[in-house]
Ligand binder design. Sequence first.
Ligand SMILES: Cc1cc2nc3c(=O)[nH]c(=O)nc-3n(C[C@H](O)[C@H](O)[C@H](O)COP(=O)(O)O)c2cc1C
Ligand code: SF4
Length: 462
Amino acid sequence: MAVNRLLPDEAVPDLEAYLAGDGGAGLTNALDRAPEDVIEEVAAAGLRGRGGAGFPTATKWRGVLETAAESDSPVYLVANAAEGEPGTYKDRTLIEADPYAFLEGVMIAMYATGARQAFVGIKEKFTRPVERLGTALTEMREAGWRGADRIEIHLGPDEYLFGEEKAMLEVIEGKLPLPRILPPYQTGLFATTTTPNPTVVNNVESYVHVARILAHGADWFRETGTDDSPGSMLFTVVGDVANPGVYELPLGTPLRTLLVDIAGASDVKAVYSGTSNTVITPDQLDTPLTFDDMSEAGTGLGSGGFVVYDSRHCIVKVLLTLSNFLAVESCGQCNACKLGTGEITDLLAKVDRGEGTQTDLEEILKRTHTVTDQNRCYLPVGEQIMVGSTVERFVDEFVAHAGTPCPSDRDVPTPLIDDIDEDTGEVTYHPRYHLKQADWSYADEEPADERLSAITTPRETP
Ligand SMILES: Cc1cc2nc3c(=O)[nH]c(=O)nc-3n(C[C@H](O)[C@H](O)[C@H](O)COP(=O)(O)O)c2cc1C
Ligand code: SF4
Protein backbone atom coordinates (compact mmCIF):
# COMPACT_ATOMS: atom_id res chain seq x y z
CA MET A 1 0.00 0.00 0.00
CA ALA A 2 2.59 2.55 1.09
CA VAL A 3 5.13 3.65 -1.51
CA ASN A 4 8.63 5.11 -1.20
CA ARG A 5 9.04 7.45 -4.11
CA LEU A 6 9.66 10.60 -2.11
CA LEU A 7 10.75 9.50 1.31
CA PRO A 8 13.87 7.33 1.50
CA ASP A 9 13.99 4.49 4.07
CA GLU A 10 16.80 6.31 5.86
CA ALA A 11 17.62 10.01 5.76
CA VAL A 12 20.22 10.73 3.06
CA PRO A 13 23.30 11.75 5.11
CA ASP A 14 25.30 13.66 2.49
CA LEU A 15 25.75 14.41 -1.21
CA GLU A 16 27.98 11.38 -1.72
CA ALA A 17 25.24 9.07 -0.47
CA TYR A 18 22.70 10.92 -2.63
CA LEU A 19 24.83 10.34 -5.72
CA ALA A 20 25.32 6.69 -4.80
CA GLY A 21 21.53 6.26 -5.18
CA ASP A 22 19.94 7.76 -8.29
CA GLY A 23 20.67 11.31 -7.15
CA GLY A 24 21.54 13.66 -9.98
CA ALA A 25 19.89 11.59 -12.75
CA GLY A 26 16.97 14.02 -13.00
CA LEU A 27 19.11 17.11 -13.55
CA THR A 28 21.45 15.26 -15.93
CA ASN A 29 18.49 14.09 -18.03
CA ALA A 30 16.97 17.58 -17.97
CA LEU A 31 20.18 19.25 -19.14
CA ASP A 32 20.37 16.81 -22.05
CA ARG A 33 17.10 18.22 -23.41
CA ALA A 34 15.69 21.56 -24.46
CA PRO A 35 13.90 23.39 -21.61
CA GLU A 36 10.49 23.01 -23.33
CA ASP A 37 11.04 19.24 -23.51
CA VAL A 38 11.56 19.20 -19.75
CA ILE A 39 8.27 21.03 -19.27
CA GLU A 40 6.62 18.59 -21.68
CA GLU A 41 7.84 15.64 -19.55
CA VAL A 42 6.30 17.22 -16.44
CA ALA A 43 3.09 17.87 -18.42
CA ALA A 44 3.00 14.25 -19.66
CA ALA A 45 3.42 13.06 -16.07
CA GLY A 46 0.33 15.08 -15.13
CA LEU A 47 1.98 16.43 -11.98
CA ARG A 48 -0.38 18.56 -9.89
CA GLY A 49 0.98 20.88 -7.20
CA ARG A 50 1.14 19.48 -3.68
CA GLY A 51 0.88 22.83 -1.88
CA GLY A 52 -2.91 22.93 -1.63
CA ALA A 53 -4.71 23.72 -4.87
CA GLY A 54 -3.52 20.81 -7.04
CA PHE A 55 -2.80 23.13 -9.97
CA PRO A 56 -0.97 21.42 -12.89
CA THR A 57 2.71 22.27 -12.52
CA ALA A 58 3.61 22.40 -16.23
CA THR A 59 0.65 24.71 -16.94
CA LYS A 60 1.89 27.07 -14.22
CA TRP A 61 5.40 27.11 -15.69
CA ARG A 62 4.06 27.79 -19.19
CA GLY A 63 1.89 30.64 -17.88
CA VAL A 64 4.97 32.26 -16.35
CA LEU A 65 6.93 31.85 -19.59
CA GLU A 66 4.08 33.43 -21.55
CA THR A 67 4.13 36.56 -19.37
CA ALA A 68 7.93 36.66 -19.62
CA ALA A 69 7.81 36.45 -23.43
CA GLU A 70 5.10 39.11 -23.73
CA SER A 71 6.98 41.55 -21.50
CA ASP A 72 10.58 40.59 -22.30
CA SER A 73 11.06 40.10 -18.59
CA PRO A 74 13.25 37.76 -16.53
CA VAL A 75 11.70 34.85 -14.63
CA TYR A 76 12.18 34.11 -10.94
CA LEU A 77 11.44 30.95 -9.01
CA VAL A 78 10.29 30.34 -5.44
CA ALA A 79 10.11 27.12 -3.45
CA ASN A 80 7.41 27.33 -0.82
CA ALA A 81 8.64 25.62 2.36
CA ALA A 82 6.60 27.72 4.80
CA GLU A 83 4.39 24.77 5.80
CA GLY A 84 1.94 26.77 7.90
CA GLU A 85 -1.24 24.80 7.28
CA PRO A 86 -2.62 23.27 10.50
CA GLY A 87 -2.13 19.50 10.51
CA THR A 88 0.71 19.47 7.99
CA TYR A 89 4.28 18.31 8.58
CA LYS A 90 5.28 16.65 5.31
CA ASP A 91 7.55 19.33 3.83
CA ARG A 92 9.79 19.40 6.89
CA THR A 93 9.87 15.60 6.91
CA LEU A 94 10.87 15.61 3.26
CA ILE A 95 13.57 18.26 3.64
CA GLU A 96 15.05 16.54 6.68
CA ALA A 97 15.06 13.17 4.93
CA ASP A 98 16.38 14.31 1.56
CA PRO A 99 17.16 18.00 0.97
CA TYR A 100 19.18 17.01 -2.12
CA ALA A 101 16.19 15.76 -4.13
CA PHE A 102 14.28 18.92 -3.27
CA LEU A 103 17.14 21.19 -4.39
CA GLU A 104 17.66 19.08 -7.52
CA GLY A 105 13.98 19.60 -8.37
CA VAL A 106 14.44 23.36 -7.91
CA MET A 107 17.47 23.32 -10.24
CA ILE A 108 15.50 21.39 -12.89
CA ALA A 109 12.67 23.91 -12.68
CA MET A 110 15.18 26.78 -12.96
CA TYR A 111 16.57 25.23 -16.13
CA ALA A 112 13.13 24.51 -17.60
CA THR A 113 11.85 28.05 -16.99
CA GLY A 114 15.15 29.87 -17.50
CA ALA A 115 14.79 31.39 -14.02
CA ARG A 116 17.40 33.99 -13.17
CA GLN A 117 17.36 33.20 -9.46
CA ALA A 118 15.52 30.94 -7.02
CA PHE A 119 14.52 31.47 -3.39
CA VAL A 120 13.51 28.86 -0.85
CA GLY A 121 11.03 30.51 1.55
CA ILE A 122 11.17 28.68 4.87
CA LYS A 123 10.29 29.66 8.42
CA GLU A 124 13.23 30.69 10.54
CA LYS A 125 11.84 28.59 13.40
CA PHE A 126 12.24 25.35 11.37
CA THR A 127 15.81 25.05 12.62
CA ARG A 128 16.54 21.40 11.71
CA PRO A 129 15.25 21.60 8.11
CA VAL A 130 16.97 24.97 7.65
CA GLU A 131 20.27 23.49 8.77
CA ARG A 132 19.88 20.42 6.53
CA LEU A 133 19.04 22.65 3.56
CA GLY A 134 21.97 24.98 4.18
CA THR A 135 24.45 22.11 4.37
CA ALA A 136 23.03 20.40 1.27
CA LEU A 137 23.08 23.63 -0.74
CA THR A 138 26.71 24.30 0.22
CA GLU A 139 27.69 20.75 -0.82
CA MET A 140 25.88 21.09 -4.16
CA ARG A 141 27.44 24.50 -4.81
CA GLU A 142 30.91 23.19 -4.04
CA ALA A 143 30.29 20.22 -6.34
CA GLY A 144 29.30 22.65 -9.12
CA TRP A 145 25.65 21.64 -9.59
CA ARG A 146 24.16 23.88 -12.25
CA GLY A 147 22.00 26.59 -10.68
CA ALA A 148 23.05 25.87 -7.09
CA ASP A 149 24.92 29.17 -6.83
CA ARG A 150 21.74 31.04 -7.79
CA ILE A 151 19.56 29.51 -5.06
CA GLU A 152 19.09 31.48 -1.85
CA ILE A 153 17.47 30.30 1.36
CA HIS A 154 15.19 33.05 2.70
CA LEU A 155 14.13 32.75 6.33
CA GLY A 156 10.62 34.00 7.06
CA PRO A 157 8.19 34.66 9.91
CA ASP A 158 5.89 32.24 11.69
CA GLU A 159 2.70 33.74 10.27
CA TYR A 160 0.28 31.53 8.27
CA LEU A 161 0.23 34.04 5.42
CA PHE A 162 3.97 33.62 4.84
CA GLY A 163 2.97 30.44 2.93
CA GLU A 164 0.45 32.30 0.74
CA GLU A 165 2.34 32.78 -2.52
CA LYS A 166 1.68 36.51 -2.97
CA ALA A 167 2.69 37.16 0.63
CA MET A 168 5.81 35.02 0.29
CA LEU A 169 7.02 37.27 -2.53
CA GLU A 170 6.57 40.27 -0.24
CA VAL A 171 8.63 38.61 2.50
CA ILE A 172 11.42 37.71 0.08
CA GLU A 173 11.45 41.39 -0.89
CA GLY A 174 11.96 42.27 2.77
CA LYS A 175 8.39 43.21 3.68
CA LEU A 176 5.61 41.86 5.91
CA PRO A 177 3.60 38.78 4.81
CA LEU A 178 0.70 40.79 3.40
CA PRO A 179 -0.62 39.27 0.13
CA ARG A 180 -0.23 41.58 -2.87
CA ILE A 181 -3.05 41.95 -5.36
CA LEU A 182 -1.86 40.25 -8.54
CA PRO A 183 -0.68 36.63 -8.73
CA PRO A 184 3.05 35.77 -9.07
CA TYR A 185 2.79 34.92 -12.76
CA GLN A 186 1.65 38.50 -13.37
CA THR A 187 3.56 40.45 -10.71
CA GLY A 188 6.59 38.51 -9.56
CA LEU A 189 9.63 39.16 -7.42
CA PHE A 190 11.15 42.64 -7.61
CA ALA A 191 8.58 43.60 -10.27
CA THR A 192 8.54 47.18 -11.54
CA THR A 193 6.08 48.99 -13.77
CA THR A 194 8.13 47.94 -16.79
CA THR A 195 9.25 44.42 -15.82
CA PRO A 196 6.67 42.08 -14.20
CA ASN A 197 9.31 39.42 -13.43
CA PRO A 198 6.77 36.56 -13.54
CA THR A 199 7.59 34.09 -10.80
CA VAL A 200 7.01 30.37 -10.42
CA VAL A 201 5.92 29.35 -6.92
CA ASN A 202 5.77 25.65 -6.14
CA ASN A 203 5.59 23.58 -3.00
CA VAL A 204 8.56 21.55 -1.68
CA GLU A 205 6.92 18.21 -2.49
CA SER A 206 6.11 19.35 -6.04
CA TYR A 207 9.83 19.96 -6.67
CA VAL A 208 10.79 16.52 -5.35
CA HIS A 209 8.29 14.97 -7.77
CA VAL A 210 9.89 16.99 -10.59
CA ALA A 211 13.31 15.50 -9.75
CA ARG A 212 11.85 11.96 -9.76
CA ILE A 213 9.90 12.52 -13.01
CA LEU A 214 13.02 13.70 -14.82
CA ALA A 215 15.02 10.80 -13.41
CA HIS A 216 12.50 8.03 -14.19
CA GLY A 217 10.11 9.48 -16.80
CA ALA A 218 6.46 10.43 -17.04
CA ASP A 219 5.32 6.84 -17.66
CA TRP A 220 6.98 5.66 -14.45
CA PHE A 221 5.31 8.50 -12.54
CA ARG A 222 1.91 7.44 -13.86
CA GLU A 223 2.41 3.82 -12.78
CA THR A 224 0.89 4.82 -9.46
CA GLY A 225 -2.05 7.09 -8.70
CA THR A 226 -4.99 7.75 -11.03
CA ASP A 227 -5.35 9.32 -14.48
CA ASP A 228 -6.37 12.70 -13.09
CA SER A 229 -4.20 12.59 -9.97
CA PRO A 230 -1.11 10.60 -10.92
CA GLY A 231 1.76 9.69 -8.60
CA SER A 232 2.04 9.45 -4.86
CA MET A 233 1.53 12.08 -2.18
CA LEU A 234 2.68 12.65 1.37
CA PHE A 235 -0.09 12.71 3.96
CA THR A 236 0.15 13.91 7.55
CA VAL A 237 -2.32 12.55 10.10
CA VAL A 238 -2.61 13.90 13.67
CA GLY A 239 -5.30 14.16 16.35
CA ASP A 240 -7.24 11.25 17.78
CA VAL A 241 -5.33 8.46 16.06
CA ALA A 242 -3.08 5.71 17.42
CA ASN A 243 -0.28 6.29 14.87
CA PRO A 244 0.13 9.94 13.96
CA GLY A 245 2.77 10.62 11.34
CA VAL A 246 3.64 11.30 7.72
CA TYR A 247 2.77 8.60 5.19
CA GLU A 248 3.39 8.32 1.47
CA LEU A 249 0.55 6.69 -0.48
CA PRO A 250 -0.56 6.38 -4.09
CA LEU A 251 -3.16 8.99 -4.96
CA GLY A 252 -6.52 7.25 -5.22
CA THR A 253 -6.07 5.37 -1.94
CA PRO A 254 -9.33 5.59 0.06
CA LEU A 255 -9.26 8.12 2.89
CA ARG A 256 -10.35 5.31 5.21
CA THR A 257 -7.15 3.37 4.48
CA LEU A 258 -5.06 6.34 5.53
CA LEU A 259 -7.01 7.37 8.62
CA VAL A 260 -8.28 4.04 9.95
CA ASP A 261 -5.99 1.26 8.68
CA ILE A 262 -2.72 3.16 8.75
CA ALA A 263 -3.09 5.98 11.29
CA GLY A 264 -5.32 3.85 13.54
CA ALA A 265 -8.37 6.08 13.98
CA SER A 266 -11.07 4.08 15.75
CA ASP A 267 -13.67 6.74 16.45
CA VAL A 268 -14.04 9.47 13.83
CA LYS A 269 -16.42 12.34 14.39
CA ALA A 270 -14.93 15.07 12.22
CA VAL A 271 -11.80 15.45 10.11
CA TYR A 272 -10.29 18.66 8.77
CA SER A 273 -7.77 18.75 5.93
CA GLY A 274 -6.22 22.03 7.02
CA THR A 275 -8.37 25.12 7.43
CA SER A 276 -9.23 25.68 3.79
CA ASN A 277 -11.71 22.87 3.20
CA THR A 278 -15.08 21.63 4.36
CA VAL A 279 -15.30 19.29 7.33
CA ILE A 280 -15.11 15.59 6.49
CA THR A 281 -17.59 13.31 8.25
CA PRO A 282 -17.48 9.48 8.66
CA ASP A 283 -19.84 8.90 5.71
CA GLN A 284 -17.11 10.34 3.44
CA LEU A 285 -14.30 8.04 4.53
CA ASP A 286 -14.49 5.93 1.38
CA THR A 287 -13.63 8.90 -0.81
CA PRO A 288 -10.47 8.21 -2.86
CA LEU A 289 -7.61 10.57 -2.07
CA THR A 290 -7.49 12.39 -5.41
CA PHE A 291 -7.90 16.07 -6.17
CA ASP A 292 -11.08 15.50 -8.14
CA ASP A 293 -12.77 12.92 -5.90
CA MET A 294 -12.19 15.02 -2.80
CA SER A 295 -13.49 18.08 -4.57
CA GLU A 296 -16.56 16.18 -5.85
CA ALA A 297 -17.19 15.07 -2.26
CA GLY A 298 -17.40 18.77 -1.46
CA THR A 299 -14.05 19.02 0.30
CA GLY A 300 -10.41 19.05 -0.85
CA LEU A 301 -7.07 17.31 -0.54
CA GLY A 302 -5.36 20.49 0.61
CA SER A 303 -1.72 19.85 1.34
CA GLY A 304 -2.52 16.33 2.54
CA GLY A 305 -2.70 17.10 6.27
CA PHE A 306 -5.60 15.60 8.23
CA VAL A 307 -6.62 16.39 11.80
CA VAL A 308 -8.95 13.77 13.28
CA TYR A 309 -11.41 14.56 16.11
CA ASP A 310 -13.22 11.75 17.92
CA SER A 311 -16.73 11.77 19.41
CA ARG A 312 -15.52 12.96 22.83
CA HIS A 313 -14.91 16.37 21.28
CA CYS A 314 -17.42 19.20 21.25
CA ILE A 315 -17.68 20.32 17.61
CA VAL A 316 -18.33 23.93 18.66
CA LYS A 317 -15.01 24.08 20.52
CA VAL A 318 -13.20 22.42 17.60
CA LEU A 319 -14.62 24.92 15.11
CA LEU A 320 -13.94 27.80 17.50
CA THR A 321 -10.27 26.81 17.66
CA LEU A 322 -9.92 26.56 13.87
CA SER A 323 -11.89 29.74 13.18
CA ASN A 324 -9.83 31.59 15.78
CA PHE A 325 -6.70 30.53 13.87
CA LEU A 326 -7.98 32.15 10.66
CA ALA A 327 -9.24 35.24 12.52
CA VAL A 328 -5.85 35.75 14.14
CA GLU A 329 -3.88 35.07 10.96
CA SER A 330 -6.02 37.28 8.68
CA CYS A 331 -3.85 40.30 7.88
CA GLY A 332 -6.59 42.94 7.81
CA GLN A 333 -5.96 44.33 4.33
CA CYS A 334 -9.55 43.40 3.45
CA ASN A 335 -12.10 44.57 6.01
CA ALA A 336 -14.65 41.83 5.41
CA CYS A 337 -12.02 39.17 6.07
CA LYS A 338 -10.53 40.48 9.31
CA LEU A 339 -13.83 41.67 10.75
CA GLY A 340 -15.84 38.69 9.51
CA THR A 341 -13.48 35.96 10.74
CA GLY A 342 -13.26 37.84 14.07
CA GLU A 343 -17.02 38.16 14.45
CA ILE A 344 -17.65 34.52 13.55
CA THR A 345 -15.03 33.49 16.09
CA ASP A 346 -16.52 35.72 18.80
CA LEU A 347 -19.97 34.26 18.15
CA LEU A 348 -18.61 30.71 18.30
CA ALA A 349 -16.93 31.59 21.61
CA LYS A 350 -20.30 32.82 22.88
CA VAL A 351 -21.96 29.55 21.89
CA ASP A 352 -19.08 27.64 23.47
CA ARG A 353 -19.61 29.50 26.78
CA GLY A 354 -23.26 28.48 26.75
CA GLU A 355 -24.46 32.03 26.08
CA GLY A 356 -25.38 31.55 22.42
CA THR A 357 -28.86 31.85 20.94
CA GLN A 358 -30.55 30.69 17.74
CA THR A 359 -29.98 34.22 16.40
CA ASP A 360 -26.23 33.86 17.00
CA LEU A 361 -26.17 30.65 14.97
CA GLU A 362 -28.03 32.37 12.15
CA GLU A 363 -25.62 35.30 12.36
CA ILE A 364 -22.63 32.94 12.09
CA LEU A 365 -24.01 31.50 8.86
CA LYS A 366 -24.86 34.97 7.55
CA ARG A 367 -21.29 36.13 8.15
CA THR A 368 -19.90 33.21 6.17
CA HIS A 369 -21.56 34.69 3.07
CA THR A 370 -19.83 38.09 3.38
CA VAL A 371 -16.45 37.17 4.87
CA THR A 372 -14.97 36.75 1.38
CA ASP A 373 -16.06 40.16 0.05
CA GLN A 374 -13.23 41.72 -1.96
CA ASN A 375 -10.71 39.17 -0.69
CA ARG A 376 -7.14 39.38 -1.92
CA CYS A 377 -6.34 35.82 -0.95
CA TYR A 378 -7.98 32.48 -0.23
CA LEU A 379 -7.86 32.66 3.59
CA PRO A 380 -11.48 33.81 4.15
CA VAL A 381 -12.75 31.28 1.60
CA GLY A 382 -11.37 28.68 4.02
CA GLU A 383 -13.38 30.30 6.83
CA GLN A 384 -16.48 30.36 4.67
CA ILE A 385 -16.46 26.71 3.70
CA MET A 386 -15.05 25.33 6.94
CA VAL A 387 -17.57 27.15 9.17
CA GLY A 388 -20.51 26.78 6.78
CA SER A 389 -20.02 23.05 6.32
CA THR A 390 -19.44 22.35 10.02
CA VAL A 391 -22.55 24.20 11.19
CA GLU A 392 -24.59 22.53 8.45
CA ARG A 393 -23.39 18.95 9.14
CA PHE A 394 -23.53 19.28 12.94
CA VAL A 395 -26.55 21.55 13.15
CA ASP A 396 -28.22 19.50 15.92
CA GLU A 397 -25.14 19.76 18.12
CA PHE A 398 -24.90 23.51 17.53
CA VAL A 399 -28.59 24.02 18.36
CA ALA A 400 -28.30 21.86 21.49
CA HIS A 401 -25.28 23.90 22.60
CA ALA A 402 -27.09 27.25 22.36
CA GLY A 403 -27.70 28.39 25.92
CA THR A 404 -25.98 25.32 27.37
CA PRO A 405 -22.41 25.20 28.73
CA CYS A 406 -19.96 23.07 26.79
CA PRO A 407 -20.52 19.33 27.36
CA SER A 408 -16.83 18.56 26.88
CA ASP A 409 -13.91 19.58 29.06
CA ARG A 410 -11.35 18.49 26.46
CA ASP A 411 -8.78 21.07 25.49
CA VAL A 412 -8.58 21.69 21.74
CA PRO A 413 -5.14 23.04 20.85
CA THR A 414 -4.57 24.73 17.50
CA PRO A 415 -3.10 21.84 15.46
CA LEU A 416 -0.03 23.69 14.21
CA ILE A 417 2.59 20.97 14.26
CA ASP A 418 5.99 21.86 15.72
CA ASP A 419 7.34 18.33 15.70
CA ILE A 420 6.44 14.67 15.21
CA ASP A 421 8.93 12.43 16.98
CA GLU A 422 9.84 9.73 14.45
CA ASP A 423 10.57 7.13 17.14
CA THR A 424 7.72 7.69 19.58
CA GLY A 425 5.15 9.24 17.24
CA GLU A 426 4.63 12.00 19.80
CA VAL A 427 3.15 15.14 18.24
CA THR A 428 4.06 18.57 19.59
CA TYR A 429 1.87 21.52 18.68
CA HIS A 430 2.86 25.18 18.78
CA PRO A 431 2.92 25.65 22.58
CA ARG A 432 2.04 29.35 22.70
CA TYR A 433 -0.46 29.69 19.89
CA HIS A 434 -3.40 30.21 22.27
CA LEU A 435 -1.69 33.45 23.32
CA LYS A 436 -1.42 34.85 19.79
CA GLN A 437 -3.60 37.90 19.30
CA ALA A 438 -5.36 39.42 16.31
CA ASP A 439 -2.52 41.92 15.81
CA TRP A 440 -0.02 38.99 15.66
CA SER A 441 1.54 39.86 19.01
CA TYR A 442 1.54 37.37 21.88
CA ALA A 443 -0.24 37.99 25.18
CA ASP A 444 1.51 37.19 28.44
CA GLU A 445 1.19 33.62 29.68
CA GLU A 446 -2.02 32.87 31.56
CA PRO A 447 -3.69 29.89 33.22
CA ALA A 448 -4.96 27.25 30.77
CA ASP A 449 -8.63 27.53 31.81
CA GLU A 450 -8.71 31.16 30.71
CA ARG A 451 -7.41 30.41 27.24
CA LEU A 452 -10.57 30.32 25.22
CA SER A 453 -12.11 33.37 26.86
CA ALA A 454 -9.08 35.31 25.60
CA ILE A 455 -10.34 34.68 22.09
CA THR A 456 -13.18 37.13 22.59
CA THR A 457 -10.96 40.11 23.45
CA PRO A 458 -11.27 43.05 21.03
CA ARG A 459 -9.35 42.63 17.82
CA GLU A 460 -6.94 45.03 16.18
CA THR A 461 -5.43 44.70 12.77
CA PRO A 462 -1.65 44.23 12.55
C1 LIG B 1 -3.41 31.32 3.58
C2 LIG B 1 -2.61 30.42 2.69
C3 LIG B 1 -1.50 29.74 3.21
C4 LIG B 1 -0.74 28.91 2.39
N1 LIG B 1 0.32 28.25 2.93
C5 LIG B 1 1.08 27.44 2.13
C6 LIG B 1 2.21 26.77 2.66
O1 LIG B 1 2.55 26.88 3.85
N2 LIG B 1 2.94 25.98 1.81
C7 LIG B 1 2.61 25.85 0.48
O2 LIG B 1 3.32 25.16 -0.26
N3 LIG B 1 1.53 26.46 -0.04
C8 LIG B 1 0.77 27.26 0.74
N4 LIG B 1 -0.29 27.92 0.21
C9 LIG B 1 -0.55 27.76 -1.25
C10 LIG B 1 0.37 28.71 -2.05
O3 LIG B 1 -0.25 29.98 -2.13
C11 LIG B 1 0.64 28.19 -3.47
O4 LIG B 1 -0.57 27.92 -4.08
C12 LIG B 1 1.52 26.94 -3.50
O5 LIG B 1 2.74 27.15 -2.86
C13 LIG B 1 1.76 26.54 -4.96
O6 LIG B 1 2.53 25.36 -5.01
P1 LIG B 1 2.07 24.08 -5.87
O7 LIG B 1 1.53 24.59 -7.20
O8 LIG B 1 3.31 23.29 -6.03
O9 LIG B 1 1.00 23.40 -5.10
C14 LIG B 1 -1.08 28.75 1.02
C15 LIG B 1 -2.22 29.41 0.51
C16 LIG B 1 -2.97 30.23 1.34
C17 LIG B 1 -4.16 30.93 0.77
S1 SF4 C 1 -8.31 38.12 2.31
FE1 SF4 C 1 -7.83 38.29 4.50
S2 SF4 C 1 -5.84 37.33 4.80
FE2 SF4 C 1 -6.11 37.65 2.57
S3 SF4 C 1 -5.16 39.64 2.17
FE3 SF4 C 1 -7.32 40.08 2.61
S4 SF4 C 1 -7.38 40.45 4.87
FE4 SF4 C 1 -5.43 39.49 4.39
